[in-house]
Design a protein around this ligand. Structure first.
Ligand code: SF4
Length: 416
């Protein structure tokens, strides 16, 4: 098999992994890398927020696991291929030098014992860094079950590491991915966390200590392949951020993929849905944003009586309408934390309000220029006692704010 064919197979096999942020936004192409891009190249956000082009491939799509939702599972009727380390290093370098890519995302099917798979991924990253003069971004997948020595080595050459949790509960893992172990996945996350902390401490004392995965670790959760609800997913995410200091949890709508010869998924354990639940994925990203940047707790966003996110409203607006007793908020005196809870006031607008109101009197017009989205904020704020609109009728506010949001995806992802 020639290299072009391998690339075609192994890039297609990697496209469903969203844990490098090439997914997870509403711009993504779900079936390819975008017009004009070479096969396997995706736009992606790095840990520090830069948008880069990433070569996203598997080392091999040979896999001895049988995860029901995956096109690469052992029982799938799909063409198999594997790179050699030299092939992947020279391909990555050639594309990096031509400026097609600024980074590599490398994962793999489980084609042997976990240590052997991990060693191949590490060898690729190490060769890129030490022999090929490659200075780009590297995201490596951690294969759960490998020892600390290999995780240490992976973090030495990679910017970011990730072990995918994939499904939110043990029971779901047992049903759909019986060879995966939640315990091993959490162990891998724990080791990445401990090593990262240890290297940071060492560097404070010894300046020449090498860096360890400076862009931290992330994971991916598949949404809609099981009956797990949004509340379970959000609680898991909150606990992953808390326990393992993950930089990101990525949500990937379950893709019903059809067609024999392409790993067609017809497993009776999977839901029969015509399309991936993209709106649900989008709402989870918005709720995740509330966890990470707006200091919401998971149990404030969803409770047992409301286990799914609102399809018509972004989660912050849905929360505010449910808590109208906490509004209106007086913008000229409210603290930053309270401002963050107002729909239409983001972190940047909140900071600008605090900075600006110390030196001049705010008006509704000036709020707009500070970045406040008055279309949403107007029902929840007062300015020196004056209303733009009164927060008296939740049904009316809901109706007005649902307009234009019924598809959700039309809104900028994090503009709320
Ligand atoms: S381990 Fe599971 S999810 Fe990963 S490639 Fe193999 S079958 Fe797919």
């Amino acid at each position: 098999m020639d290299l072009a064919e391998k690339l075609s197979i192994l890039a297609a096999a990697a496209q469903y992994d969203a844990s490098c942020a090439s997914g997870g936004d509403s711009q993504r192409s779900r079936h390819g890398s975008g017009a004009g891009n070479p096969r396997g190249v995706y736009k992606s956000l790095t840990g520090d927020g830069r948008c880069i082009s990433l070569l996203k491939v598997l080392y091999s799509n040979v896999c001895c696991f049988d995860c029901a939702y995956c096109v690469n599972r052992v029982s799938a009727d799909t063409k198999r291929a594997s790179f050699t380390t030299d092939e992947l290093v020279s391909l990555t370098c050639a594309w990096y030098q031509r400026n097609y890519i600024q980074g590599l995302f490398l994962s793999s099917g489980i084609f042997g014992d976990p240590d052997m798979v991990m060693e191949r991924l590490i060898a690729t990253a190490k060769q890129l860094r030490t022999k090929a003069g490659y200075g780009g971004y590297i995201h490596l997948k951690i294969i759960p079950g490998v020892g600390e020595t290999l995780i240490r080595e992976a973090g030495r050459w990679a910017d970011r590491l990730s072990a995918n949790i994939e499904l939110p509960t043990d029971q779901s893992l047992q049903n759909l991915a019986p060879q995966k172990s939640g315990t091993l996945i959490f162990q891998a996350m724990q080791e990445v966390l401990q090593l990262g902390t240890q290297y940071e401490e060492d560097r404070k004392r010894l300046q020449r200590t090498p860096v360890f995965a400076p862009a931290g670790q992330s994971t991916q959760l598949i949404v809609g392949a099981t009956a797990d609800d949004d509340r379970q997913i959000l609680h898991l995410s909150a606990s992953l951020y808390r326990k393992f200091a993950l930089r990101r949890v990525y949500y990937s709508a379950f893709m019903p993929v059809g067609g024999s010869g392409q790993g067609g998924i017809t497993d009776p354990r999977l839901p029969d849905i015509p399309e991936p639940p993209l709106l649900r994925e989008h709402r989870l990203y918005q709720a995740d944003w509330l966890l990470r940047f707006y200091h919401f707790r998971a149990d404030e966003i969803l409770d047992p009586a409301t286990p799914y996110l609102d399809t018509q409203l972004d989660p912050k607006t849905a929360w505010a309408i449910k808590h109208l007793d906490q509004f209106p908020l007086e913008v000229s005196t409210a603290d930053y934390e309270a401002l963050l809870r107002v729909p239409g006031i983001g972190a940047q607008a909140g900071r600008r309000i605090i900075e600006t109101r110390g030196s001049r009197v705010l008006s509704f017009e000036s709020l707009r220029s500070l970045g406040v989205v008055l279309k949403r904020a107007r029902y929840f704020i007062t300015l020196t006692g004056a209303f733009l609109d009164r927060p008296d009728d939740p049904g009316r506010i809901r109706r007005l704010l649902s307009e234009g949001d019924s598809l959700g995806l039309q809104l900028p992802l994090f503009d709320f």
